[in-house]
Design a protein around this ligand. Structure first.
Ligand SMILES: [Zn+2]
Length: 414
């Protein structure tokens, strides 16, 4: 029966190694940024492998690639699985590409054993997940799900002045299908964790229950420029003094929501930025993340009150500009259960997780029941040429993906 079915680990590893040669860097990483010549070669190779596995290929107008394996009921919605083939400029061999090639390996394993599923299976490779060349990222899944407008995505320009839409045409991946609207029963994305938890705990499988939400803010403090030598402290309207208290209080606030809450003050813009002048203005960026929407909402109103109160105490003007809000994503119970059953049935230790990073699955969850699987990566390192994952974990993840898909696709044995 299918319970004993396993992927061909050697084939998966050798394909990962072959794909890693496209755009290979000296330090052992990969540079295959979106819509580059290397991206085209990687896409071509992926399609060649999919065609050899008897898949039908479709490319949509934003360059997302879908490789379909028919089900016994072609009127039923598909099980979609995949990730992305583009990389950071100094990226690793597994971020994204593992999710695409593990999906291909699952389909090939089913081919090898003549297993037909009721639901069709589709592998997807999304365009420009990384956003390294064309910002922001998640372009393909964002356009597919209607978060981004197609024409606006086409108009995106990289730092050398190249336009996304033209680059897509140049590499031959501006397809004809309108993005979106495929009939999807469930979607799964497998990915390296890109963090340290699984490795630290010695657990091979992360059952991802959702993606944490985040706020991006500018905290702006406006005081009065003054001479550093002649202005007595009590007469100053010093935006730095207000910001220091605000930051301290936000750290204290976040202690209430530890360990899940994460507050990062990543950039400080001081104006005019002169050593012997009390600054007139200070802008501090705040990136705040937490998996629960209620907590994010509370923190949002607390941050605003803290800024108001401290600005008043320091006799300056202070306010909060909201730059971006991404609500937390909760994945589908059916997908989470399928991943959990697969890990249990295969005897792999697993744990529940919330993704700290954004993924294509985050957008896809808006239009289809979606789930994710994580596997450990060495030292939690990613977006780094030294990114690495252990063979046994790569294979374990592939097996979990295989069995989760079999459950979702309701298999029949010929
Ligand atoms: Zn990725």
């Amino acid at each position: 029966m299918n319970q004993n079915l396993r992927i061909n680990g050697e084939r998966l590893l050798s394909r990962l190694a072959e794909m890693a040669q496209i755009g290979a860097t000296e330090k052992g990483g990969v540079c295959r940024v979106a819509l580059s010549d290397e991206d085209k070669v990687g896409r071509d190779l992926f399609i060649e492998w999919c065609q050899a596995a008897n898949c039908d290929i479709a490319v949509d107008q934003i360059g997302n690639i879908f490789a379909r394996r028919n089900g016994s009921n072609e009127d039923s919605p598909a099980i979609l699985t995949g990730s992305h083939l583009d990389s950071q400029p100094t990226g690793g061999k597994f971020d994204g590409v593992y999710g695409v090639l593990a999906a291909l390996e699952v389909l090939e394993t089913l081919n090898d054993h003549d297993i037909t599923t009721i639901h069709p299976l589709e592998i997807v490779s999304w365009t420009n997940e990384e956003g390294a060349r064309f910002a922001p990222g998640l372009t393909g899944s964002g356009v597919y799900t209607g978060v981004f407008d197609l024409e606006e995505a086409y108009a995106c320009v990289d730092k050398d002045g190249f336009i996304l839409g033209e680059e897509l045409l140049r590499i031959g991946y501006a397809g004809i299908a309108a993005p979106g609207g495929r009939s999807i029963k469930a979607a799964l994305e497998i990915h390296i964790e890109q963090g340290p938890i699984l490795e630290e705990e010695g657990i091979p499988i992360g059952v991802v229950h959702g993606v944490q939400g985040m706020y991006w803010y500018d905290l702006v403090f406006e005081g009065q420029e003054a001479h550093a030598g002649t202005t007595p402290m009590e007469r100053r309207k010093d935006p730095v003094a207000a910001a220091v208290s605000v930051i301290e209080k936000i750290y204290q606030l976040n202690d209430i929501y530890a360990p899940q809450g994460r507050a990062t003050f990543g950039d400080f813009i001081v104006e005019p930025g002169s050593r012997n002048t009390v600054p007139g203005k200070l802008t501090v960026t705040l990136d705040y993340r937490h998996p629960e929407e209620a907590v994010l909402r509370t923190v949002d109103s607390e941050v605003r009150s803290i800024v108001d109160a401290e600005s008043e105490t320091r006799r300056i003007k202070g306010w909060v500009d909201e730059i971006w809000y991404m609500p937390p994503v909760t994945f589908s119970a059916e997908c989470i259960a399928a991943v959990q059953h697969a890990a249990d049935q295969l005897g792999y230790p697993s744990r529940e997780m919330v993704s700290g990073a954004g993924h294509d699955a985050m957008y896809l969850a808006q239009v289809a029941p979606t789930g994710m699987i994580f596997i450990p990566c060495d030292n939690g390192l990613s977006h780094n040429e030294l990114e690495n994952a252990q063979s046994e974990d790569l294979i374990a993840g592939g097996n979990v993906l295989l069995h989760a898909i079999l459950e979702l696709a309701n298999p029949q044995v010929n």
